[in-house]
Design a protein around this ligand. Structure first.
Ligand code: ADP
Ligand code: MG
Length: 574
């Protein structure tokens, strides 16, 4: 560890970072800052949350020592959120350096405002590739004086989606100009590593090695969850971990939307973040999440890259990531800057265990198995929390208004024990979520507008309902709740699919494989029907359970969850 004042950086920056509470430079900062300041091309690799932004941001600011009309430094990031985050961080570093203008530019924001910003002159531009190219074409951005190009999340930036954009941006610089090129990331797959050679000359590789590729301050667990009960398991685990802020990852944008809808339906306030959302909505989501107004953020991989939010104490892999490197980035949203965190993965099929083992091997991380908390454990936890809340309230001293009521009650001649007991009964409902409870999917079973599909595989093909469910979920990225009854005959199978999802299932499943059999799928002749569920014995039981008394039950449960989250919030405010 080194102190910032031992690094070759200006007084002003040392002062700014110390005000930000940085006591010592992190290893990547200590190694990369001097190398960048020497003018070398640098490839910086270090785990998530280890302060890479300052590692490139501080030298970027040191590049600037006078007012500049056209940018001298260009920083490119994959998402708008990251652009804002990096620009904000850089402004803090440059607090005591006069007149350094930093312009964040990204799509979804009125371009006129950005043009004004660029016209006034700015030394550092931070942007997403699309919007940078847009400004280059409009000639509202000139890179002729740009000496330094930085790619944050470099492997993502040089991946298929962005690589051509980056090439085009670099081409817009004069032929004889070789800007100092700086790449940073927590991950760098071999195939992308090869590509970096095209962009850098004699780069210095600054790599901070650690025994595992995920942060060692994050405890990582996995849970095996009964099929179709993932949503309930998630609710149980959120209750169990009671995170201050939590990020949940899904593999598809559709799943992000569905899961946030379902969690809210169960009284858990959650918001989604993904690339198809309008910028205003994305900004709103990030503000609500950062401020803890909405403590659960459900996100897709790309949208959440690099996000640095304080106090995320839990990361949930609702789906296992398809790309193993993504696991590192997901888990890296917690345990930042030496803090502790937890990350959990939900496995809902046997074969996912194999996948998880591969993730462990690739990321050099141990992910330990945990059992879902039992009803008894959850009840004990509720009780403990309740007692803690009462104790906290007691410590806050006597409330005069309450005392007046208490005196009235005592005047009635009621024993103190009876009074306490009555108040506890009125306030404490020890209800827990039962994993097997069907409430979470009742909405679907009550009014399941289904279309029956005919698949060309059946018992004779050694196919079970689970194989079909797993294949459809995986291929189509939809949740199991979009599926109704599955009827497997000798040579074919009939599957009820929620009407809204039918087109997708038809498209994705045509030609897909289930246990090595190529699938042909078509709409079954029978007319569209209400409720594809409900003739199997278990379904009858389920329908009974979702009868009116149960509804009442669940409503009070949701109310309770709302209340306890309110309580949590007020606890936090104090
Ligand atoms: P990375 O890009 O490596 O994932 P960030 O640059 O986003 O990490 O930094 C993670 C967090 O650590 C941020 O909140 C940042 O303010 C903080 N941080 C960075 N450098 C230091 C430091 N030297 N001391 C303390 N905190 C730091
Ligand atoms: Mg970063």
């Amino acid at each position: 560890m080194s102190k910032f004042n031992e690094l070759p950086i200006s007084e002003e920056i040392v002062r700014a970072v110390s005000e930000m509470g940085y006591e010592e430079a992190t290893p990547i900062q200590a190694s990369a800052i001097p190398a960048i300041l020497k003018g070398q091309d640098v490839l910086g690799l270090s785990n998530t949350g280890t302060g890479k932004t300052a590692a490139f941001g501080i030298p970027a600011i040191e590049m600037i020592n006078e007012y500049r009309k056209h940018p001298k430094v260009l920083i490119i990031c994959p998402t708008r959120e990251l652009v804002e985050q990096v620009a904000t961080e850089l402004r803090k570093f440059s607090k005591y350096k006069e007149g350094i203008k930093i312009a964040p530019i990204y799509g979804g924001q009125p371009i006129d405002r950005q043009i004004q910003l660029l016209k006034r002159g700015c030394a550092i531009v931070v942007g997403t590739p699309g919007r940078i190219m847009d400004h280059l074409r409009r000639k509202t951005l000139r890179l002729t004086e740009c000496d330094m190009v930085i790619l944050d999340e470099a492997d993502e930036m040089l991946n298929m989606g962005f690589k051509e954009d980056i090439e085009e941006i670099l081409k817009s610089m004069p032929e004889d100009q070789h800007p100092q090129t700086i790449l940073f990331s927590a991950t760098m797959p071999d195939e992308i590593m090869k590509i970096t050679k095209k962009f850098q000359t004699d780069p210095v590789k600054v790599q901070i090695k650690s025994s595992q590729r995920t942060i060692d301050t994050v405890d990582q667990y996995y849970y095996e969850v009964p099929r179709g009960k993932k949503m309930n398991a998630l609710r149980v685990l959120l209750n169990h971990y009671d995170p201050e802020l939590c990020m949940i990852f899904c593999n598809t944008k559709r799943m992000v939307d569905e899961l946030s809808e379902e969690l809210n339906h169960c009284g858990i306030r959650a918001i989604g973040l993904h690339g198809d959302m309008k910028q205003v909505a994305r900004d709103r989501v990030m503000v609500q999440f950062r401020e803890g107004k909405c403590p659960v953020l459900i996100a897709s991989d790309v949208a959440a890259r690099g996000i640095d939010v304080d106090n995320i104490s839990l990361v949930v892999n609702y789906d296992l990531p398809q790309d193993h490197e993504y696991y590192i980035h997901r888990v890296g949203r917690t345990g930042r800057a030496g803090k502790k965190g937890k990350a959990i993965s939900l496995l809902s099929a046997k074969r996912q265990l194999r996948e998880l083992k591969e993730i462990m091997r690739d990321t050099k991380t141990n992910i330990a198995k945990r059992m879902l908390p039992t009803t008894e454990q959850l009840e004990a936890l509720n009780r403990k929390n309740f007692i803690q809340e009462v104790l906290t309230a007691c410590n806050e001293g006597i409330n005069q208004d309450s005392m007046e009521i208490a005196n009235d009650l005592l005047a009635e001649g009621i024993a103190v024990e009876s009074l306490i007991s009555a108040l506890i009964s009125m306030n404490y409902k020890n209800e827990v979520i039962d994993i097997e409870d069907e409430n979470a999917i009742r909405r679907y079973s009550e009014n399941f507008d289904a279309v029956r599909l005919h698949l060309n595989v059946g018992k004779n093909f050694n196919i079970k309902a689970g194989n079909i469910v797993a294949a459809i979920i995986e291929e189509c990225g939809i949740s199991a709740q979009a599926l109704g009854r599955i009827d497997i005959r000798s040579n074919f199978a009939l599957v009820d699919v929620e009407a809204a999802k039918v087109d997708l299932v038809l498209k994705k499943m045509q030609g897909a494989q289930i246990r090595g059999h190529e699938i042909e799928v078509q709409i079954d002749e029978a007319p569209k029907r209400k409720s594809g569920r409900g003739t199997k014995k278990s379904d009858i039981k389920r329908n009974k359970r979702s009868g009116s008394s149960d509804k009442r039950n669940s409503r009070s449960k949701m109310k309770k969850e709302g209340r306890s989250s309110e309580r949590r919030k007020s606890k936090r405010k104090k």
